[in-house]
Design a protein around this ligand. Structure first.
Ligand code: AHM
Ligand code: MG
Length: 339
């Protein structure tokens, strides 16, 4: 008997369309195009110094962050790949101030794509995992030239979300709203192969991920939560916890999806104008969608992330996500303190 054949991303998507009716042909094309772009980004990242792609591009994005050459290149790869297929009405990205319209020479589709082309920029030049995060929304009915307002939809309205992590292997993680699945890039074949179905995040964990250097700027309930974890066996939690922080959200979330954990980028009081570091539309929402689909939870420390009504494209939010029982506990500490 022949061994069961491997399931490629293309086959997986066709089956989702044919058997389960979860997606239509346009959404299938969209995911395939994004995956192809991620493959190109993976190749560019993998070349490192040999590709001449390391270092700063000498420009700043809308958030005043210095762009790396690979940030700019990854953004261009995603734009170019997605412009002409007829599946999108517009795109938006961390690296562009305003939404990018589909040029008039191409047909327009019903979806909006929003992405962080290369997340974890500070890790690019030091050979540590980085990734791409994306979220898919429907263009509101009757909107012909979608601007910023068309994108400002609650996370619950996402029809798909995913990320690619460019680590020791390249893995694409995807949800279409019916569980979370992962695909590993077969570098010889050039295709993504299904390597994980219906991933589940354990409800309990002994691992947390946070940038501890900001501790002095945190709110009281946040300090309480971390101090209890640090107190270990002899503290109120009665057990020891371990810490991991890659400083690439994709890599930290991928670890949590694989073996559990809680990821936190809280609000801090260093700059009261900034309610957190991570961006709602292309970091928090897609990751919250994936984490919830894997049985985890995602909040701002106070509210469910997916319920937030966005007010601007590049808005920032505090992020608490991962193993359900830990996210619920730290969220309860914030609510208690507010009450
Ligand atoms: P970026 O999109 O500019 O790369 O910033 C987001 C990144 C996340 O990937 C990561 O979790 C966080 O910033 C790390 O922040 P810090 O430098 O405070 O550790
Ligand atoms: Mg980012």
């Amino acid at each position: 008997m022949s061994s069961p054949s491997k399931v490629s991303l293309s086959r997986f998507l066709i089956e989702q369309q044919r058997q389960h009716g979860h997606i239509n042909a346009d959404l299938r094309l969209l995911i395939e195009v994004v995956a192809r772009a991620c493959k190109r980004i993976s190749i560019a990242v993998g070349k490192g110094a040999l590709g001449g792609v390391l270092g700063s591009a000498g420009t700043e994005n809308v958030q005043g962050e210095t762009q790396k050459k690979l940030d700019v290149l990854s953004n261009e790869i995603l734009l170019e790949a997605n412009e002409w297929g007829g599946h999108l009405a517009a795109l938006a990205s961390e690296e562009m101030d305003d939404p990018h319209p589909i040029p008039n020479r191409y047909p327009k589709g019903e979806y909006l794509l929003v992405f962080d082309p290369l997340d974890g920029s500070s890790n690019i030049d030091v050979n540590i995992s980085v990734g791409t995060i994306f979220s898919v929304l429907r263009c509101p009915d009757g909107v012909k030239d979608p601007g910023e307002t068309a994108f400002l939809q609650r996370g619950t309205r996402q029809v798909a979300a995913g990320y690619a992590v460019y680590g020791s292997s390249t893995v694409l993680v995807l949800t279409l709203g019916d569980g979370v699945h992962s695909f590993t890039l077969d570098r010889e074949q050039g295709s993504f192969i299904l390597t994980g179905s219906n991933l589940q995040i354990p409800a309990d964990t002994g691992e947390f991920a946070i940038n501890m250097s900001n501790l002095r700027h945190w709110e009281a309930p946040m300090r309480r939560y971390i101090e209890e974890l640090l107190a270990g066996k002899t503290g109120p939690r009665g057990r020891d916890f371990n810490m991991r922080w890659v400083a690439s959200m994709v890599a930290d979330v991928h670890r949590i999806l694989t073996r559990g954990g809680i990821f936190i980028y809280p609000r801090d009081l260093k700059d009261p104008a900034k309610p957190g570091k991570l961006r709602l539309m292309y970091e928090a929402n897609p990751m919250a969608f994936i984490v919830e689909q894997a049985g985890g939870a995602a909040t701002t420390g106070r509210e469910r992330i997916l319920d937030l009504q966005p007010t601007t494209l590049h808005q920032r939010v505090p992020v608490f996500l991962g193993s359900r029982n830990e996210v619920e506990r730290v969220t309860a500490y914030h609510r208690e303190a507010d009450a």
